[in-house]
Design a protein around this ligand. Sequence first.
Ligand SMILES: Cc1cc2nc3c(=O)[nH]c(=O)nc-3n(C[C@H](O)[C@H](O)[C@H](O)COP(=O)(O)OP(=O)(O)OC[C@H]3O[C@@H](n4cnc5c(N)ncnc54)[C@H](O)[C@@H]3O)c2cc1C
Length: 379
Amino acid sequence: MRFDRRQFVTAGASALVSGCSLTGAAVRPNFAQSAPLAPLNLSPADVVRVTVCTRPFRTAGPRLEAETINDKLIVHNYGHGGSGWSLSWGCAAEAAALALTDGAQRVAVVGAGVMGLTTALRLAESGVAVTIYAKEFPAETRSARATGVWSPSSRIGLAGSVESNFEGRWQGWARASYATHQHFVGAVGEPVEYLPQYALSSGLNSSRTPAEHDYLHLDGLVRNMVPPLSTLTANTHPFPVARARSWQSMTFNVASYMSRLTRDFLLRGGRMVRRDFPDRAAILALPETVIVNCTGYGAKSLWGDENLMPVRGQINWMAPQPRARYGLYYRNVFALSRRDGVIVQYLGPNNDWGLGDASETADREETSSALATLAPLFS
Ligand SMILES: Cc1cc2nc3c(=O)[nH]c(=O)nc-3n(C[C@H](O)[C@H](O)[C@H](O)COP(=O)(O)OP(=O)(O)OC[C@H]3O[C@@H](n4cnc5c(N)ncnc54)[C@H](O)[C@@H]3O)c2cc1C
């Protein structure tokens, strides 16, 4: 089926005007239907970089707890799988409260990814002196290579491996985080914004296969706080597919979000020191008596955490396309037009994709195949 590119920018608008589907049934206009869509340019020649990173996945869920070693209070806040951005604020608040239980006036945070930044900011806001120590600064971290969507239970743990109170804790983190992310909507640089997303499929056969592992899928517990999903009728979207659903998704424009968090931390008197810790003993030798461990996948070697596993993810980047500002999911490939670039990512047939793979080398075949999968949507 060839596609009339003009339809891309007029389909949504005409549906809004007519307010009815091909069958004459009423169509509830929503933002996605009313917004004209420009096509995404996903030509392989336009890929400007390919990034790969490791999700810090723990079958038992994130490690968020305190322990005392020698005379030091260590607060762990790592292992958030594919949900670190989403859950950051809720976990940061809990980690900061644990760090302040003994009334410390100076706190060290090890790690400058999203968990380190948000935790350090919460601590600095409470008036204590905070120093972030990290071998990579924010833009260099794995957090900077994330997809940037609200995905609070992505690779967050396995059923049967988490503690019995996990769902309740997770729900607290998710709700607190979602509320705080909203404070950044409309801020300079749009660190957080809502964008339409489309889940597209050609027919009844799913491109998903069952995973070998029983991953927790908890999003349903907090669905009442996110915008609803609508099934679209044929003339209300421009995509040549049999089924389309749409919703407004919270999107993180990671580049501006990280620089905003860094700036806020420094403005509140925080310090950042570049330091590569070879082992746990080097961290324990820091002068601060309270240390928050936000080292992500680095915790595996630093703390000997055998529950921590890598889950590889690769993202293909193109220059920003401001006229086409939306995301779509089709045949296990996700594309998202963020303010800091268009990303295309192969997600695999199920959540086992990338599990156990710590390679951060780009796979060019994966890039070509992901782009080829989406090409028919815009041809
Ligand atoms: C491809 C991909 C897509 C993702 N998409 C999303 C998404 O859309 N939404 C979402 O919510 N989450 C997403 N995630 C998950 C999210 O990115 C992670 O959960 C999050 O980045 C983890 O943050 P962190 O701060 O714990 O770790 P990191 O970002 O890895 O930061 C760790 C910090 O610790 C420091 N460190 C580690 N070891 C040492 C050491 N020995 N010495 C000194 N410093 C050290 C590092 O230098 C760094 O500063 C995605 C992940 C991947 C891989």
